[in-house]
Design a protein around this ligand. Structure first.
Ligand code: 16G
Length: 252
């Protein structure tokens, strides 16, 4: 397939699938995945992409900018944009409260999960304290191996109060979409990240050698009224993820 055929907007651009620059970014990412756009070769110039897609140059520029932020496109002063040679690490913003499913779909990747545990359990002391559970309450637990384009990315173990998630079996794909429907999507979260060396069991699930580097992430999410929504402990592959935090000078 030629680049012109691949970028033909009637094949992929729709009015109800979100911002046009995001759709173009996903299409160009798919083009690289499918080999229509070759790694290491120049990206067609902005004006050419604009005329092939019937999109404005501003929209095209925004999509290319986003691909550059993803690390998939390298912009070289004076000589245009090139498609990066290597698959970039997934860059995860530390300031946006998004779900795994949303993060992966924003990058044009298909997320999936393998269930490790899902049900209602007696809470551990940590869960009682973190979720502020009454003494006789049970807890909903969902543990999953998360994959992106079939590659294992993370092991996530989430615990939620039954008042927030009464039926853990209701979660089939995205936990945050189930919470959103119930009016319990978290609006704020605290996250703690530490470095670990993967043990045998986690390394096997993530399909890497034991002892390799991983990231342990604990997220506690809250509703606007301060109630805790989730306590999630995750282990991410160290070689697949970059966490990026934006820092600003504090104004007194
Ligand atoms: C993210 C969150 C996790 C949350 C999950 C929901 C981190 C470190 N963790 O992976 O706390 O439970 O998204 O994803 O970012 P889902 O809606 O796709 O199930």
């Amino acid at each position: 397939m030629t680049i012109a055929e691949f970028l033909n907007p009637s094949e992929w651009l729709t009015a109800d699938a979100g911002p046009r620059y995001v759709q173009l970014r996903q299409r160009l990412t798919a083009g690289v995945d499918q080999g229509v756009l070759k790694r290491g070769s120049p990206l067609p110039p902005e004006r050419e992409i604009a005329s092939l897609t019937d999109l404005s140059r501003v929209t095209v520029r925004k999509a290319i900018q986003a691909l550059a932020e993803d690390g998939l496109v390298i912009q070289k002063q004076g000589s245009g944009s090139f498609i990066a040679e290597n698959t970039p690490k997934i860059e995860q913003s530390l300031s946006r409260l998004t779900s795994f499913t949303e993060d992966m779909s924003r990058r044009g990747m298909v997320s999936a999960s393998r269930w490790l545990e899902r049900g209602v359990f007696m809470p551990s002391p940590d869960e009682v304290i973190t979720l502020a559970l009454p003494s006789d309450a049970s807890v909903s637990r969902i543990a999953r191996l998360r994959t992106a384009d079939d590659k294992p990315m993370a092991i996530e173990r989430a615990s939620l109060p039954l008042t927030i998630l009464p039926n853990p079996l209701a979660v089939e794909t995205s936990l945050y979409s189930v919470l959103e429907e119930a009016g319990f999507r978290p609006v704020r979260a605290l996250q703690k990240i530490s470095a670990i060396n993967l043990g045998q069991a986690d390394a096997d699930l993530l399909e890497i050698e034991p002892g390799k580097a991983g990231l342990k992430i604990e997220r506690i999410s809250y509703l606007a009224d301060g109630r805790v929504v989730e306590f999630t402990q995750s282990i991410y592959r160290g070689d697949a993820y970059n966490f990026v935090a934006e820092l600003r000078l504090a104004k007194e």
